[in-house]
Design a binder for this molecule. Structure first.
Ligand SMILES: [Zn+2]
Length: 400
């Protein structure tokens, strides 16, 4: 048995919407929260390729907050199994030796529970290394769960011990601090996002949102593509500084973004009778790293005809799709990292992320670490992180 935070039921959305509304601190982590601190039976993996991992740090991700606040879509309900221990951004250490990896090895986790982890012959997507597109995340000997952190069998990073399959584990280079290593998973998503953006040489790129994913996406665009100007939309001071540090050319507040892109591209701005203005002309590529109605509207309305819009944040709001039709936009999802074509070479997004994290100035991104018992405070902090000048909040389950 060991300590873990457990999500034990889904919040009815009508209740969540009525009671919680937006981002009121104290309510999500309050009495309505479907989460509790428990002593849970440790997973006892007895299948080949499975091992126990002891969590060192586990981040609180936007998707975790969307799940806790009842904002994520019911679409996901058959893709999770309750009760589960959240936490998929993880650095930990192996408790058991597994397939040539020694006990004690420090590892980061590729969270998708695809065919290999489920004891199935790989589906077409898994065979191609695109485990994020696996068709069998609800099948096999593991309970449904698109990822570790959404599956009742495996445990997750918000607990002291979880189980992982060898195919999910990547060793961490010795010099890398835990507070940087815990960013490798979100960085692997950013690497994937940058590749999904299909950025041409000198392309005009708009990145909406400069929280952890937005900031890391800017880094990946700079390091892996030939993007020209990268305009970042950031709400808060610490986010603006980080966006610049990681390679944004221009950093603007949300209300200024449309004008900034208009000026940069010489586009024509038009104002409808109702709703936000839009451009004729605009960015070649827009990447929505937020997922709200306003961030998606901005991304769609600031992109030039024939351009590409990448959805990186989970879209929770209904945006107006008229520009997709009228501007013939390509809309692409970017869910998680897999095997990427980086400069013509097939590479694991995790390997690329570990390489980038080793060289980039990522110290200080993890701005607060909490023991599990202080989970309410941790979640409130994560919900208000931007405003409080914090990028990433994490749990250290080794403490209390
Ligand atoms: Zn598969």
């Amino acid at each position: 048995m060991s300590l873990a935070l457990e999500l034990y039921r889904s919040i009815p959305r009508y209740l969540a919407a009525r009671a919680i509304g937006g981002r009121a601190p104290g309510l999500v982590a309050g009495p309505l929260a479907p989460i509790r601190l428990v002593n849970r039976r440790d997973p006892e993996p007895d299948r080949p390729g499975w091992a126990r991992v002891r969590t060192r740090l586990s981040g609180i991700c936007g998707s975790d907050l969307a799940t806790l606040s009842g904002k994520s879509s019911f679409y996901f309900s058959p893709l999770v199994s309750l009760p589960f221990v959240p936490g998929h951004e993880i650095v930990g250490e192996l408790v058991d030796e597994v397939d040539g990896m020694d006990a004690g090895t420090r590892v980061v986790l590729s969270p998708v529970l695809g065919c290999l982890a489920r004891g199935l012959d790989p589906c077409a997507a898994c065979s191609a290394g695109l485990t994020g597109r696996c068709d069998r995340v609800a099948l096999g000997h593991v309970s449904p769960g698109l990822q570790t952190g959404y599956c009742r069998d495996t445990g997750g990073g918000w607990g002291r011990i979880f189980a992982a399959h060898r195919s999910q584990l990547h060793p961490v280079p010795d010099p890398m601090e835990d507070r940087v290593a815990v960013l490798v998973e979100p960085l692997s998503c950013a690497v994937h996002t940058a590749m999904r953006a299909s950025v041409g040489p000198e392309a005009e790129v708009l990145v909406v949102g400069a929280g952890t994913i937005g900031a890391l996406t800017i880094l990946a665009l700079r390091e892996l593509t030939q993007a020209g100007r990268v305009t970042a939309v950031a709400k808060h001071g610490a986010q603006r500084d980080l966006a610049r540090r990681l390679g944004a050319t221009d950093v603007v507040e949300p209300g200024e973004a449309m004008n900034a892109i208009r000026r940069a591209t010489g586009a024509l701005k038009l104002r409808p009778e109702r709703g936000p203005s839009f451009l004729l002309g605009g960015a070649d590529v827009a990447i929505d790293c937020v997922g709200s109605k306003s961030s998606l509207d901005l991304s769609l309305r600031a992109t030039a005809a024939g351009g590409r819009v990448v959805l990186s944040g989970i879209p929770v709001g209904g945006a107006d799709l008229t520009p997709v039709w009228f501007r013939e936009l390509e809309v692409a999802g970017a869910y998680t990292g897999g095997t990427e074509q980086v400069n013509g070479e097939a590479r694991s997004a995790f390997d690329v992320a570990i390489e980038l994290a080793s060289a980039a100035p990522l110290e200080g991104l993890v701005g607060a670490v909490y023991p599990l018992r202080d989970w309410r405070e941790a979640i409130d902090h994560a919900l208000a992180a931007g405003r409080l000048g914090t990028l990433k909040v994490a749990f250290d389950p080794r403490e209390g």
